[in-house]
Structures are given as structure tokens and as C-alpha cells.
Design a protein around this ligand. Structure first.
Ligand SMILES: NC(=O)c1ccc[n+]([C@@H]2O[C@H](COP(=O)([O-])OP(=O)(O)OC[C@H]3O[C@@H](n4cnc5c(N)ncnc54)[C@H](O)[C@@H]3O)[C@@H](O)[C@H]2O)c1
Length: 257
């Protein structure tokens, strides 16, 4: 049974769908009545526990193994989902990697991987979805997961910051081209989220979580469900004036130097 309403009968695709923010987003859309197509690089047997958790909460989920660096695989995923459930109306470009290496240690291979997953992968999904929206006449939505690291230099993860800054321009450029079709593309750029790599570090050493919390001007870490709420908000048809926008939700982190 859905707790919230608003996205009944809609199909939402989420890349990097086994990640923490993706799972919270899938749950929020699922509770709002949407069907959820998740993809990730993890084989199905290893993905099952996360999928089962969503199903336990009455979310209709379909999982496909997709490496977002492969545009053919992304296109095939879209075909698979539309043949299963019909039209897709929302795509969330969420898959990403983080390389904690300064420029002096960063290898060309690590740089290329970061751009391929974070930037190219986001583009392949967003553009496949937008072409589908145009072909089917859907006033669809794309939301990119950006980062506060695109708004202030983070010395420990420069490749990541560059890839996320590029996503901002990608979002704006695509938003302009697709706006006449009633398609909106926006970005959520969180600060420190209790998710992904940070969550695993903080779980092992809670003192690091506390140190991170104190670095944030509003002195709070972000929960994945709070990011999910902003993703849903951007897809709400009532927010039709938002396109090419970035919701920077970093508690003031990027204001500091
Ligand atoms: N956790 C944070 O503090 C934070 C802050 C700002 C932005 N973000 C962004 O939010 C998004 C989700 O992050 P998260 O914290 O949930 O991380 P996460 O590591 O839990 O999720 C990322 C997912 O992407 C998948 N992935 C990696 N490479 C892939 C590929 N080639 N193809 C398909 N999937 C691939 C991973 O397997 C993983 O499941 C990312 O875009 C991240 O950059 C996270």
C-alpha cells in the first residue's frame, strides 16, 4: 500500500540503483505509487537482498545489470523497461565512483574511469530518456546527482569534482534543448550524505562522522531520504518552472574556504 501519492503508474529508472541514495529514492518514488527500474553493475544474485528490502515495503522493482559506461547497454535497458511497463517518465542519473587521489597520484586510468562513469554514464541515461520522452510525447523529468564538490574545490577528490561540475553544464545544456518538448532536467547537489563511501568510513569510525558533521556550517549530516525528497520535489509537475536548476543542499559546506 502506498503511503504517499503523486507518481501513481509512472515508471522511474535509477542508475547505480543499489547505492544508498538510489535505494532511498526508489523507496520514496515507490511509496508515491511509481514502479522502479533499477540498474547497477552488481550481478543479480548479489543484488537480491537490496531488491527484496524494497519489495518488502511494497515497491514494484525490476533490476537489470547495466554498466553506465556502455551506451548500448543503457539503451537496451530502456527498451527492456518500456517493453515491461510501457512508457518511462522519470530518469535519475545517480551512478558514480569516487577516486580519493590528488592530481599528483591520479593515474590516467582513474581519471578516465571517473569521467566515464560519472559524466558519460549520466549523459547516456539522460539522453536516452529524453529521446524516449520526445518520441512518446511525455513531459518527462531527468534528475542528475551532482555534488557540493562541484561548487568548491575538494583537494582530495579533484577528478570527482571536475566530473560533477561537468554534470552541471550538461544539465543546463540539455535543459535548454529539451524545454520546448515539456521535458525538465535538474540536479540535486548534496553535501556530506550518510551514504556510499562516506557511510562505510563513518560506520567504521564514528569519530570521523562527528568530525565531518562539525565541518558543516549547519552542523548536520544529510540522510539519503532527505536527498530523495529533493529528487521527488524536482519531478513534481507543480514545479514546472524548474529546469536546468541545481538544488545545492550542502548545509553551507561549499561557502567555506
Ligand atoms: N554519499 C555522499 O556523501 C554524496 C554526496 C554528494 C553526492 N553524492 C552522489 O550521489 C550519488 C549516489 O551516491 P551514494 O552515496 O548513494 O553512493 P553509492 O556508492 O552507495 O552508490 C553508487 C552506485 O553506483 C554504482 N556504480 C558505480 N559504477 C557504476 C557503473 N559503471 N555503472 C553502473 N553503476 C555503477 C555502484 O555500484 C553503487 O551502487 C552519486 O552520484 C554521488 O556522487 C553522494
Amino acid at each position: 500500500m502506498s503511503v504517499h501519492q503523486g507518481f501513481e503508474g509512472q515508471t522511474v529508472m535509477i542508475s547505480g540503483g543499489l547505492g544508498d541514495i538510489a535505494q532511498a529514492t526508489a523507496l520514496a518514488f515507490g511509496k508515491a505509487g511509481a514502479r522502479i527500474a533499477l540498474s547497477d553493475i552488481t550481478p543479480l544474485d548479489e543484488a537480491e537482498s537490496r531488491i527484496a528490502e524494497l519489495r518488502k515495503q511494497h515497491v514494484e522493482v525490476h533490476y537489470t545489470v547495466v554498466d553506465v559506461r556502455d551506451p548500448e547497454a543503457v539503451a537496451m535497458w530502456l527498451i527492456e523497461v518500456t517493453s515491461l511497463w510501457g512508457k518511462v517518465s522519470i530518469a535519475i542519473a545517480n551512478a558514480a565512483t569516487v577516486t580519493m587521489k590528488r592530481f599528483q597520484e591520479l593515474t590516467p586510468a582513474a581519471w578516465i574511469r571517473e569521467m566515464e562513469v560519472n559524466l558519460n554514464g549520466s549523459f547516456f541515461l539522460a539522453n536516452a530518456a529524453c529521446r524516449h520522452f520526445v518520441e512518446t510525447g511525455i513531459h518527462g523529468n531527468v534528475v542528475f546527482l551532482g555534488s557540493w564538490a562541484a561548487h568548491a574545490v575538494h583537494e582530495a577528490l579533484p577528478a570527482y569534482g571536475v566530473s560533477k561540475a561537468a554534470i552541471r553544464m550538461l544539465c543546463q545544456s540539455m535543459a535548454l534543448e529539451y524545454a520546448p518538448h515539456g521535458i525538465r532536467l535538474n540536479e540535486v547537489a548534496p553535501g556530506y550524505v550518510n551514504a556510499g563511501l562516506s557511510r562505510s568510513v563513518w560506520n567504521e569510525d564514528p569519530s570521523q562522522a562527528e568530525a565531518a558533521r562539525l565541518r558543516v556550517p549547519v552542523q548536520a549530516l544529510i540522510e539519503p531520504a532527505e536527498v530523495a525528497r529533493q529528487v521527488l520535489w524536482l519531478c513534481d509537475p507543480q514545479n514546472k518552472h524548474f529546469t536546468g536548476s541545481t538544488l545545492l543542499m550542502d548545509g553551507g559546506l561549499s561557502l567555506k574556504r
